[in-house]
Design a binder for this molecule. Sequence first.
Ligand code: GLU
Length: 400
Amino acid sequence: MALTLSRKAQAVKPSSTLSITAKAKELKAQGIDVVGFGAGEPDFPTPVNICDAAIKAIKDDFTKYTPASGTMELKEAVCKKFKEFNGISYEPSQIVISNGGKHSLTNTFEAILNPGDEVIIPSPYWLSYPEIVKMADGVPVYIKAEKKQEYKVTAQQIEDACTSKTKAVIINSPNNPSGMIYTKEELEAIADVAVRKDIYVVSDEIYENLIYGDQAPISIASLNDEIYKRTITISGLAKSYSMTGWRIGYTGSSKEIAKIMGSIQSHQTSNPNSIAQKAAYEALVGPQDSVFTMNFEFDKRRNYMYDRVSNMKYISALKPQGAFYMFIDVSNLLNKEYKGQKVNDLSNLAKVLIEDYNVAVIPCDDFGFDDHIRLSYAISIEQIEKGLDRIEKFINDVHE
Ligand code: GLU
């Protein structure tokens, strides 16, 4: 028998957000002064009370298996948070604690998809959605939200994309990479379509705490009983509490789906890390001032980045309302000449920026837009300033 490999596994593209970030870190380790606008990873340390809870867990020997779908105390804390922050009532039996947001998405699609089921993915989208859907034997179906629609799809677009094979639609608000937030009215219209078409909504709310200005994100499951029944609400601790490496995510869903996800998880990973669960509990029930302090800083960085980008020629962006990304339209920059060559696509642009200007950016072709890049402002204002100076210098160095 030939030693062949899984076609499905071989078709998986590696995550470019993680590989670009790794590349920037590697160059830094070699002493090269790179500014990394790559992965959305807060530069703040994990708050002290959270770290102390983890240290206590180790000292208390809370280092053994927990129930596969998470501890009861953490599930109860998640229910309280869902109730008070999102306005959704879940019981602990509807909660599954996982090894991070990606894992919650994986559990979700494994629980709901049969081979060939279609999942509608509004573009721009976080690059891991299509890969996770495909790994669960689903088929991604893309619908595009143009800049003039503030990178948000309409309910009509979702309805038009529905076929007899449609199983779910992904909603991500605040959105990675655009930073846009769906309004209550927009979500009501989407909920109406999901109920009429009898499909699930997978609502990725990982950036729910990172909001600036007046528009608070709404959880689609909070709108009415019908949409509540068909929504899987996903969140996690990584972004809000600067806990990217701790790997704790969670879902709220029907009991039936939660039971399936718990069973899958019991074979695939057993429980999420016991120590990280104690830390997550403290993050949710402990003082929340660190969340406000971080948000205040992100907001300053967002304003600074937006002002700078708005004043640069050839590029433009909408002001993000949440998360910590700026989604930049570089269509007028592509096809300009640099060192006698056309900068004709995003990978070329990203290559020139990292090699000649020491700035790492995320080309967004893997996010469904081949003429946009993403900059994360989860880095210090000094780094942002330095990186934007370099991008501006590049812009001044190109010509028609
Ligand atoms: N979700 C973050 C990002 O989009 C972290 C990296 C990743 O997991 O893709 O940058």
